[in-house]
Structure formats: C-alpha cells, structure tokens
Design a protein around this ligand. Sequence first.
Ligand SMILES: [Zn+2]
Length: 152
Amino acid sequence: MRDEEWLATLFYEVWDRKFSDVKKRNNVLVRWKGRWKNKFGHIKRLKNKDTEIVVNSLFKDERVPKEVIELTIAHEIVHYMHGFNSPYEKRFRYPHQGGVVERELRNRGYNELVNFEKSWSKSEWPKILGERNNRDGVVRVKQLRSSFRLFL
Ligand SMILES: [Zn+2]
C-alpha cells in the first residue's frame, strides 16, 4: 500500500542511490498532498526552515507507475540542490531556467525515465484522471492542454 511510510522509503532510496553527493543541510520531509491534475509534486520551505517535498496524492493509485513517483521525487531533489526552497545558494534565477532540471535528471541516469514520463503523462495520466472523474467526481478534467506544467 502506498502510505506515508512507503513514500518516505522511496524518497530515502532515491536520495541514497542518485543524490548521495547532495548533502542534506536541513530537515527534508516528504508527504502525500493534494489531488492535482496538472501538478505532480512541489517543494516548499516551511516556517521552521525545514524543507517539505510533496507528491500528488492521486499517485497512490496503483496504476501510476512507481517510476513516475520516483522521478517526481528526483525532480524536487534537483530543485533542492539548485537552492530552491533549500539552504543551498540559488544557482539560477528561475527553477526551470533553460531546462536545468531535466538536464540534471538526464545526467543522473534518468534519461529513459524522463522520456517515458513525458509520454505516460500525455497518454495514460489523462485516462486515469478521466476514470476517476467518472467514478467519484473528485477530479474534473475538461481538457488537458499538451503544454501543461507537470512540476512546480
Ligand atoms: Zn520543478
């Protein structure tokens, strides 16, 4: 079951396996939050200076590949190392400037997964959202624009 513990375990695995060179300079927490159709996760600085990484709660759905959740976590860790909502010095003016996040992900071995995630988010994710909409009316999807932002 994809509970908080499952997510935390995946988070530590991703950090250990792919970002072991990135030192945690404050407490970094991870949790499920939100039910977003066009946002997979985000990173934020809390009032107590901890960093919080959240992953879309809709990804608890087993039809969402674990790899997509992994990439969401990795994406937010890249923001952390680039100094966005973390104690690191900001390396860029904007978090996605010139494709810096994607480049970092590809450099860290996520090349194929970045490609997979792009096609999955276009072909499969809207289906899952659509079925949810039919089933319980929680998520309403009019039209997913092809250019919508996946990560914030
Ligand atoms: Zn982002």
